[in-house]
Design a protein around this ligand. Structure first.
Ligand SMILES: Nc1ncnc2c1ncn2[C@@H]1O[C@H](COP(=O)(O)OP(=O)(O)O)[C@@H](O)[C@H]1O
Ligand SMILES: [Mg+2]
Length: 311
């Protein structure tokens, strides 16, 4: 559905993205994950034919986004990072206007607007002025707009930015639902977002692709697979020294809480050291109030890929 080859964009000589290569297949929900300034918006704007790349090529449904932009755009619904809306228009009025602008045939406008209004949960605000809508509703108007001409591909640039947790949950649900019928490329700098919604993830950093895989495989690949927390009274023992001797433990950080010591252990991928810790604790007569495992998250993958010195 999307094919990107060797795509590079420079602003005044400075590269914003460099030699990107990736494909998004029909029906996929692809996450596009990277910190601010990574090049997500730049890539998406090129895909949406808003600006040409400096070099390289991108196609949507087989159409070059630059040379055949009309055909490419017919397949694509794009929701930009900052949805430009007309504040003094009412929701339905705005969608009617956008449908006409997008070339939806006149006799189909009412039906299409009705459908996207329903799909995006805008029924209860259809007569409100856009300027009076909450950020969550504005975001949904942007999404409804992107869906008007029945594209099979959606490109959503940080669709949950600036929303409160409830609105985020609603927009995520909506995206998941849309994913049943659409191919989606979704950018975000929020990690749980891709874990919850995406089948594959591209991690982009400083304009380059650092990884592209399923969230599960990315988790499997990283060296440190989370850690274990032990809270115990260790008496005269040092604690950390003994814990470090357990095979699979990479390092131990200690915090003190009154008589208690809180040990945070980094463990090797795949190792489960809890049984050994329990045995050690009983041997040394430590009093344990917590022994728990923290699973690796995409955040660990992300930190390892983008700040390798921090781990
Ligand atoms: N119009 C522009 N002119 C000059 N530099 C830009 C412009 N837009 C983005 N950049 C730069 O390109 C890089 C990528 O930006 P962007 O694609 O917006 O990243 P993201 O969406 O991942 O935050 C950044 O270093 C940014 O400062
Ligand atoms: Mg951006």
């Amino acid at each position: 559905m999307i094919k990107v080859e060797n795509l590079t964009k420079r602003y005044a000589g400075q590269p914003a993205i460099q030699n990107l290569d990736f494909e998004v297949g029909q029906g996929e929900i692809m996450g596009f994950l990277g910190p601010n300034g990574a090049g997500k918006t730049t890539t998406m704007r090129i895909l949406a034919s808003f600006m040409p790349p400096t070099s390289g090529r991108a196609t949507i449904a087989g159409f070059d986004v630059f040379e055949q932009s009309l055909q490419a755009r017919a397949h694509l619904g794009y929701m930009p990072e900052h949805v430009p809306l007309y504040n003094d228009m009412r929701v339905t009025e705005y969608l009617d206007y956008r449908a006409a602008l997008k070339g939806v045939p006149h006799r189909r406008v009412a039906e299409r607007v009705g459908d996207v209004r329903e799909l995006c949960g805008l029924k209860e605000v259809e007569k409100k002025l856009i300027g009076a809508l909450s950020k969550g509703y504005r975001q949904r108007v942007g999404l409804a707009d992107a869906l008007l001409h029945e594209p099979d591909l959606l490109i959503l640039d940080e669709p949950t930015i600036g929303l409160d947790p409830n609105q985020i949950r609603q927009v995520r649900e909506l995206i998941k639902n849309l994913g049943k019928q659409h191919t989606i490329l979704l950018s975000t700098h929020i990690l749980p977002e891709v874990e919850m919604t995406c089948s594959r993830v591209i991690i982009i950093h400083k304009g380059r692709i650092e990884a592209c895989d399923t969230p599960e495989n990315l988790l499997g690949k990283i060296r440190q697979a989370g850690g274990v927390v032990l809270e115990a009274k260790v008496g005269p023992d040092n604690g950390a020294e003994e814990l470090k001797k357990i095979s699979g433990v990479r390092n131990v950080v200690v915090d003190v809480d009154g008589d208690w010591k809180i040990f945070s252990l980094r463990v090797e991928s795949g190792a489960d050291v809890r049984e050994e810790i329990f045995r050690l604790a009983t041997d040394r007569r430590w009093i344990v109030r917590e022994l728990s495992q923290r699973r690796a998250t995409l955040e660990d993958v992300f930190v390892e890929l983008t700040h390798p010195d921090a781990v």
